[in-house]
Design a protein around this ligand. Structure first.
Ligand code: C2E
Ligand code: CA
Ligand code: CA
Length: 745
């Protein structure tokens, strides 16, 4: 007999037992029970534990509870006479398990309720959890229709309810890390975005993808991989922005939903913290492992209003972050869509590049810092694309790494470089770049051996340049690879030292003969107050102490060369001596017998500021102009194209995609103005700059534009102002500085 079945015969507004005369049922005589029999029946039902009876008075205090039910409470505890709301707590029946309105509300509403899930306040079940009842009740009224309390049925559902909670938790949470799973994250994002659309709130979506996780999983085994994921999730929970919901949405993919955070300065800082935290070494069952992470960020409503749109934007940003070298973050921007297309095309074409002989190796001299004689060459790959012209290895190597083409490209590079070097007169060494991906390939020593054997190049003349990222993953297998390569007799150099996961600890673990100091320290090292000089000095003395030689990379200007010449650096490589040149040019140089290189370059390094926004909108009063940007820094910009703008003029710069900057003209000459920003720009994670805040699509919607993610194009400021018809003549003449012709703006 179910609870509902009993209910029909119990309670109701006619509280008095009614005497029913004997009746004919389906032709048989059925005896109707006497009052005494009915009571006995109820008694035995109550004792059966199938369900219990309860009753309360008009004030909501318990007046009755079956004896069996009372046994569920601690012996000394009063229940009868106590407010029901002090004893029971109603809970929402979903995976949140939040308290719904207190039960006192429900009772004062004087309406029926059925199978309400309640927990017994302050009572524990055998597993230390809550005791759960399902409660059904009906209000009772006396003859004059005065409310007199409730009567109803209660039932212990602890066992089944706990089970149900467990399954619903399993459906919502990741068993390994305890974080939300993909299903729940999707639900939460959908719920958040739907609500925020109405409340005009913002919401950031952050995607993380671990670098080198797969390798740890493959070499140390799945239990180690699981342990690593658990540790990653603990670290993430420690550094995630406040209020973030964190989920694991795939093998090594994590996602964060952060309500009300649209400040890209804060988001960038937060992403950097997560990257740094995750990149610290892990200790797993006695092995050490290092992994990294890339981060993509999109923010609603700017980059997407609908969940699918926002997820796609964050995915594209993540993809771009991975492509830009690992351990970076990226914000979504409209041009990422095109980038993704371009990457796909490059990948396609790269497959044929070797077969079509579009790839060549060029060689850049490494020169002695003291006497400028050549001491070796670095092999750098060049791709002459039939339609697009020269494509930089900085673009296609990361794509090759992602698409597993790197093994093929790397094999070819080694073979070609060894073959070319074997033709050089004398015994200068050649340095070949080996990507961390190639380094994971167990066959690498065999590939190197074959390149040497086929070309006849002695192993001592081959140097492999490896970046610090080879230490990511499990360190044990990296060490095995180092040992195997050393056995071949080739030399090893640590490339790009000081960037990324830089740690001096690596130097002690691996048999490097040379450290290459990254260009970023060389750049501007001669300038007053630059830390580059001190860092180069420190690396150079450290290297000397450890019997390693050093190369300073990317030397371009005379003052940089002078600064480095005064330090204890052995070799210099840079445009100041030569760019990478063809095999024919190397041969010509070496055959000439002139082993010195002449330093040719600018006296000082001229900072090339990266201009992200080539043409921007300039708003003054109600006029909109378009002007090229010459320089852009955090605090200001130089624009060209408006004639004679007085110093002190307030301008609004429209950098596109909702990025509006307020500034004042500080310098002005002819068609060039130096503008100081009211609020500084922040890093976009890709070496460029962006505004902290953007014009909210909610604001645009308020002036009549459809609610949508920010479109590309730079005329948002004009659109935001509702495109009013200009009421006055434009104050400034806009000139076309590129074409030289001028026209009124
Ligand atoms: P890298 O190994 O750090 O190579 C040095 C890069 O700095 C080269 O860029 C070189 O042309 C450039 N460089 C040299 N001197 C100067 C200078 O004075 N100023 C400036 N601004 N740059 C200078 P490149 O050839 O574009 O190569 C970019 C990266 O692509 C390389 O960085 C390397 O990581 C990768 N790469 C190139 N060839 C290969 C290859 O055959 N195999 C692999 N795995 N990676 C390669
Ligand atoms: Ca290199
Ligand atoms: Ca380098």
């Amino acid at each position: 007999m179910g609870v509902r079945g009993i209910w029909k015969g119990f309670g109701g507004s006619d509280a008095e037992p009614v005497r029913v005369p004997d009746a004919e049922v389906a032709g048989a005589r059925v005896a109707v029970a006497s009052d005494r029999e009915r009571l006995e029946m109820l008694d035995s039902f109550e004792r059966s534990d199938l369900a219990w009876f309860w009753a309360s008075d008009a004030r909501g205090n318990f007046t009755y509870l079956s004896a069996k039910a009372l046994e569920q409470f601690e012996a000394q505890r009063p229940v009868i006479g106590e407010p029901v709301a002090d004893v029971l707590q109603a809970m929402e029946d979903d995976d949140e398990h939040k308290e719904v309105k207190p039960i006192s509300y429900l009772l004062s509403a004087r309406s029926s309720f059925t199978e309400l899930v309640v927990c017994l306040k302050g009572e524990e079940n055998t597993e230390g959890g809550c005791k759960w009842w399902s409660l059904t009740g009906r209000p009772q009224f006396d003859k004059r229709q005065n409310f007199v309390g409730y009567r109803g049925i209660a039932k212990d559902i602890t066992a089944t309810y706990e089970e149900k909670r467990k399954t619903s938790r399993m459906a919502a949470f990741d068993a390994l890390t305890g974080l939300s799973n993909r299903h729940r994250m999707t639900q939460r994002l959908t719920a958040a975005l739907n609500a925020y659309k109405v409340e005009k709130r913002s919401c950031a979506l952050i995607m993380l993808d671990l670098d080198r996780f797969k390798q740890v999983n493959d070499t140390l085994g799945h239990p180690a991989g699981d342990e690593l994921l658990r540790q990653v999730s603990q670290r993430l929970q420690r550094v995630a922005p406040a209020g973030a919901e964190i989920g694991r949405i795939g093998g090594d993919e994590f996602q964060l939903i952060v309500p009300d955070l649209d400040d890209r300065g804060k988001l960038g800082d937060s992403a950097n913290r997560m990257i740094q935290m995750i990149s610290q070494p892990y200790s797993i069952e006695g092995s050490r492992a290092i992994i990294g992470t890339s981060v993509g960020i999109a923010v609603a409503p700017y980059d997407g209003i609908e969940p699918a749109e926002l997820v796609k934007a964050a995915d594209l940003a993540l993809y771009a972050a991975k492509g830009g070298g690992r351990g970076q973050f990226r914000f979504y921007s409209n041009d990422l869509k095109e980038n993704a297309e371009d990457r796909r095309e490059i990948e396609e074409d790269l497959r044929d590049a070797i077969a079509h002989e579009e790839l060549v190796m060029h060689y850049q001299p490494q020169v002695c810092a003291k006497d400028h004689t050549v001491r070796g060459f670095e092999a750098l790959m060049r791709w002459e694309h039939p339609e697009q012209g020269a494509i930089s290895p900085a673009v296609f190597i990361p794509i090759a790494e992602d698409s597993n083409l790197i093994d093929q490209l790397g094999r070819w590079a080694l073979k070609q470089a060894c073959k070319d070097a074997a033709e050089w007169p004398g015994d200068l060494p050649v340095s070949v770049n080996v990507s961390a991906r190639q380094f994971l390939n167990e066959d690498l020593p065999d590939i190197v051996h074959k390149a040497l054997a086929d070309s006849g190049l002695p192993p001592s003349r081959l140097e492999l340049e490896i970046t610090e990222s080879v230490f990511m993953g499990d360190i044990g297998s990296a060490e095995v690879m180092f040992a195997r390569l050393r056995k071949l007799g080739v030399k090893l150099a640590l490339d790009d030292f000081g960037t990324g996961y830089s740690s001096l600890a690596y130097l002690r673990q691996a048999p490097f003969g040379k450290i290459k100091i990254d260009q970023s320290f060389v750049r501007g090292c001669a300038e007053e107050g630059e830390s580059g000089r001190a860092i180069i000095n420190a690396i150079a003395s450290l290297a000397r102490a450890m019997n390693m030689t050093t190369t300073a990379e990317g030397v371009e200007a005379m003052d940089e060369l002078a600064t480095i010449g005064a330090l204890d650096v052995d070799l210099v490589q840079g445009f100041i001596f030569s760019r990478a040149v063809s095999q024919a040019e190397v041969l010509a140089k070496l055959e000439s017998g002139e082993m010195r290189y002449e330093a040719v370059g600018p006296a000082k390094h001229r900072a090339k500021r990266r201009t992200l926004f080539r043409r921007i909108g300039v708003v003054h009063e109600d006029h909109h102009y378009v002007a090229p940007v010459r320089d852009l820094s955090r605090t200001g910009a130089k624009i060209e194209g408006l004639l004679d703008v007085p110093i002190g003029t307030d301008l609004v710069l429209d950098l596109g995609e909702g990025q509006i900057v307020v500034g004042k003209v500080r310098r002005s000459q002819d068609a060039t103005q130096g503008i100081e920003f009211e609020t500084p720009l922040v890093s976009d994670g890709a070496g460029g700059l962006c505004t902290r805040h953007r014009v909210s699509p909610y604001m645009l919607a308020a002036v009549g534009l459809p609610l949508q993610a920010l479109p590309s194009g730079t005329h948002l400021a004009a659109a935001a102002a509702g495109n009013p018809a200009p009421s006055s003549r434009p104050r400034f003449i806009q000139v076309d500085v590129q074409g030289g012709s001028s026209r009124a703006g």
